[in-house]
Design a protein around this ligand. Structure first.
Ligand SMILES: [Zn+2]
Length: 263
């Protein structure tokens, strides 16, 4: 291939190889550090939440921004690696899952180009979902990541984040063996719990969310923080209605998920 670039010579060994064969190339970000506690055992999915992918890529690679992710998925399905998997990228921020707060040390972060809720929630493209599925499947296989540890940014930071959002097709990933999902229980009538409710049933519901992994105080008071957790859960697992109300469909779906992890 020498000479094919038109420059007249081949760059000498300067192009680092991506960790995943799904990534076309490395586009390095300086925003990373040392992992604490060993190898990653979870994947966190994000949308970029900026008007264009180019703006997001600049932010994720700018030393001043102090944010990054391991991978970046363009609308056309092209994948860049910004941070080596062995390093701790800065994507999750203040977060928690199953009592662990250093999510960046435990995870691989994937940023999917999409302007998100503030940008009018346009759909993710089939090409980028296809690329995201291939990338997640490859990462899960190489690091033996359990299916229930492929999560949304909103799952680990429900008070601050809503990405990748309820339009993200988790079911398409699940159909290809990526992530943990159950068929959501149908929305119908019945007992529900909402902001302001108190008592033992609320306590029980909070305990269930905590058991699955969400950071939630089991107080018996359905407060604003509880509502944020319910919303985050619905964005991922009961996407048809995201209202922060713990209705029968939400609680049954959560119960089925918990049973699925234990099985
Ligand atoms: Zn995010």
């Amino acid at each position: 291939m020498a000479g094919s670039s038109g420059v007249g010579y081949e760059a000498p060994m300067s192009q680092p190889k991506p960790d995943s064969p799904v990534a076309a190339k490395v586009f390095p970000s300086p925003n990373h550090g040392e992992r604490k506690g060993g190898a990653p055992d979870m994947i966190i999915l994000h949308y970029t939440g900026m008007p264009t992918g180019a703006e997001a890529l600049i932010r994720l690679t700018n030393p001043v921004s102090e944010v990054s992710a391991h991978y970046f998925v363009w609308e056309d399905g092209g994948v860049l690696q910004l941070v080596p998997e062995a390093r701790r990228a800065w994507h999750a921020g203040i977060a928690n899952w199953k009592g662990e707060s250093d999510i960046n040390s435990r995870s691989i972060g994937i940023e999917i180009v999409n302007p998100g809720h503030e940008g009018g929630s346009p759909p993710f493209t089939p090409a980028q979902i296809e690329a995201t599925i291939s990338l997640c499947a490859d990462i899960c296989a190489r690091h033996a990541i359990p299916r229930e540890r492929v999560l949304a940014h909103s799952d680990v930071a429900p008070a601050r984040k809503c990405d990748p959002g309820e339009l993200f097709p988790w079911d398409a990933l699940h159909a290809r063996g990526v992530g943990h999902l159950v068929t959501p229980a149908p929305i119908s009538g019945g007992r529900f719990f909402a902001l302001g409710d108190e008592g033992q049933p609320v306590q029980a519901v909070q305990a269930m969310f905590g058991l699955y992994g969400y950071a939630i105080a089991v107080t018996g008071v359905f407060d604003a923080a509880t509502e944020q957790v319910v919303r985050a859960f619905q964005r991922h697992f009961r996407r048809e209605r995201v209202d922060g109300v713990a209705d029968a469909s939400t609680i049954t779906t959560l119960r089925d998920l918990i049973a699925g992890v234990r099985a």
